[in-house]
Design a protein around this ligand. Structure first.
Ligand code: AVI
Length: 324
């Protein structure tokens, strides 16, 4: 069914340009509490480092989610039914979607939605050769905003939105509620959602997952400064910052920071930004939920929780919800 290279859908085709990136980064760095969006982590090096994080002994989410999925694939496949279109928000690891496509009954289509075109195309090409009967059609779009879904040669019986990895945790609770609303709209009335969500647990386990002994997470966090140096002509002295990740129990979230080791002034896109020693930039939140909290959030977006699976240690959860 796939003939050669998958083509990008025409919906929302404009890539975010450098001017937008410059404006967004400057706005964050000029704010009272300095911040850089976690989306800037994922340049080529950042994506490599993230893959390494996923394999770290302290970083439990990836392997726990894979094992939960693995244990319940037969049930998931029965719940979803035949000829579904899988719409993945973000083009994550192919491993997870392969696991799902292998289990589903005659999946009709796979639509990864991601803002960055190159990575998306590469992933789609790899999958297209292995799944000749699945219509693989990437969409190049910002998935936090409604986007148009492509048509498929075989009419899918339902849409299954797939959002693994607890990426939902990187959004504030308000943003997560809005994003679930976009998912509900893309799932349509007879659709479903399969989503991985990291659970609240003892703070030491969470803290360790973001402060690994090898220092990979630290390198991942600091790498964003190298990216700004390269793309926005900034002059961050990367050695003059250190990684910090703290678990805020009241908020139920990890806060990743870059802490300035000295008083310093940095030039970013032509603006001078001053840092006091000890001042930090927030680079990421990673929210953790209880099962009940997540159900309540999803219900407000119009989903009905049908099944929730967790591992035996209560580290991670996978939810299947319908949009009826
Ligand atoms: C992508 N996201 C779900 C990861 C997380 O755990 O919040 C990103 C990450 N940041 C540090 N380690 C991993």
């Amino acid at each position: 069914m796939n003939e050669g290279t998958p083509e990008l859908a025409t919906a929302n085709e404009t890539p975010p340009d450098l001017a937008e990136e410059r404006a967004e980064v400057l706005e964050g760095l000029l704010a009272e509490q300095k911040r850089i969006s976690p989306k800037y982590f994922y340049d080529e090096r950042g994506s490599e480092l993230f893959d390494q994080i996923c394999a770290l002994p302290e970083y439990y989410p990836t392997r726990t989610e894979l094992s939960i999925m693995d244990a319940h694939l037969t049930e998931i496949s029965k719940l979803v039914g035949p000829r579904a279109a899988v719409i993945e928000f973000g083009a994550g690891s192919n491993l997870k979607v392969r696991q799902l496509l292998d289990a589903l009954e005659e999946p009709a289509a796979y639509v990864p939605v991601e803002i960055s075109g190159d990575y998306l195309l590469k992933q789609a090409e790899d999958l297209a050769s292995d799944y000749p009967n699945v219509h693989i059609q990437p969409v190049f779009a910002d998935f936090t905003q409604p986007f148009e879904l492509p048509e498929h040669p075989v009419r899918p019986e339902r849409n299954l939105v797939f959002f693994p990895g607890s990426t939902i945790g990187n959004f504030t609770r308000g943003e997560a509620r809005e994003l679930l609303g976009v998912m509900r709209a893309e799932a349509k009335d007879d659709g479903a959602l399969l989503i991985g969500v990291d659970l609240k647990k003892d703070p030491a386990t969470v803290q360790a997952a973001y402060n690994d002994r090898e220092g990979v997470t630290a390198e991942f966090n600091l790498n964003v400064l190298h990216r700004l140096n390269r793309e926005l002509g900034a002059n961050f002295d990367v050695d003059a910052f250190r990684h910090e990740a703290v678990y805020d129990e009241a908020e139920g979230r990890i806060e990743m920071r870059l802490v300035s080791l000295e008083d310093q002034v940095v030039k970013v896109a032509g603006r001078m930004i001053s840092f006091r020693r000890g001042e930090h930039i927030i680079t990421e939140y990673s929210h953790k939920y209880s099962v009940e909290e997540f159900h309540a959030l999803a219900r407000r977006a119009g989903f009905r929780p049908e099944r929730t699976w967790t591992d035996e240690h209560g580290l991670f959860s996978v939810h299947y919800m319908t949009s009826g």
